[in-house]
Design a binder for this molecule. Structure first.
Ligand code: SAM
Length: 251
């Protein structure tokens, strides 16, 4: 059987059925212990300026950031996700543009652009990821910052000959990453959300990328690495870190 064309799989968030349950996801990232440190970190960097969230989704981070006093604007290409955001209190304070984060520019004087929750990987080619960095830079005033939160590819955890690694095995969620195409750096995430005796599945394709490649993309876009942490609490990033929060500054 021919390999599936992972590049042209539609993003799962374009489906109204996925958007409708996005905030119910049994993921620790929806709780205040995950959201608050991210909001704290981002509000400090935004200062008095405008913060642009690429792939704003249902406003998991944007809404509390706006509530804290930061002016937030957002871009997302999924109408259904943005419709969910618009139902929430405080949504009228956030201007959201429906568009592609690789090409849609909503301002040129932001102090901060941010792209969280591994979403750089939703862009499945290097070309698209490079375009995303260029677009982030185009939004920023000189000295402004681009922040990405994403995982470190876990290929080194795979036993020889294996392609699948569990990343969450808990009572309400099973998640497995399948490394399907090491040449193009494509993985497929398989999610099983368990609710009593019902199971909902969700599958998405991603381009995984190492921090060093992201640094080069930043450099191409006129930005340089200012900080890299293992998490929003600013714990040090090491060779064992599973994720990173990286900050690039526009020169
Ligand atoms: C995992 S969700 C993250 C949403 C939100 N940032 C959060 O932290 O909860 C990924 C989001 O990326 C959006 N997205 C994916 N590719 C995109 C693109 N090329 N341009 C704009 N939005 C995109 C999807 O529609 C979805 O809302």
């Amino acid at each position: 059987m021919a390999d599936p064309d992972y590049f042209s799989w539609p993003d799962e968030h374009l489906k109204p059925s996925v958007a409708a349950v996005y905030d119910d996801a049994a993921d620790h990232r929806f709780g205040p212990e995950a959201v608050n440190p991210a909001v704290e970190f981002l509000s400090e960097l935004a200062g008095d300026g405008i913060a642009v969230e690429f792939a704003i989704g249902t406003g998991r981070i944007a809404l509390p950031l706006s509530e804290k006093g930061t002016t937030v604007v957002g871009i997302d290409f999924s109408e259904p996700m943005v419709e969910e955001l618009r139902k929430k209190p405080g949504a009228s304070n956030i201007e959201v543009t429906i568009g592609d984060m690789t090409a849609t520019t909503v301002c040129t004087d932001a102090s901060l652009v941010f792209l969280v929750f591994n979403t750089i990987g939703n862009l499945r080619s290097q070309e698209q990821q490079v375009a995303c960095f260029a677009n982030a830079s185009a939004h920023l005033a000189p000295g402004g910052r681009f922040v990405i939160e994403t995982g470190v590819p876990q290929l080194s955890q795979l036993p020889p000959g294996e392609t699948i690694r569990p990343f969450d095995v808990s009572a309400r969620h099973l998640g497995f990453d399948e490394f399907v195409d090491p040449v193009n750096q494509i993985s497929v995430s398989h999610h099983y959300y368990i609710d009593g005796d019902r199971v909902r599945t969700q599958t998405g394709a991603f381009r995984y990328v190492w921090p060093s490649e992201l640094d080069l993309m930043a450099q191409l876009a006129g930005m340089y690495l200012e900080d890299r942490f293992a998490d929003w609490h600013r714990n040090p990033f090491t060779g064992d870190s599973l994720a990173h929060v990286s900050v690039w500054r526009k020169g």
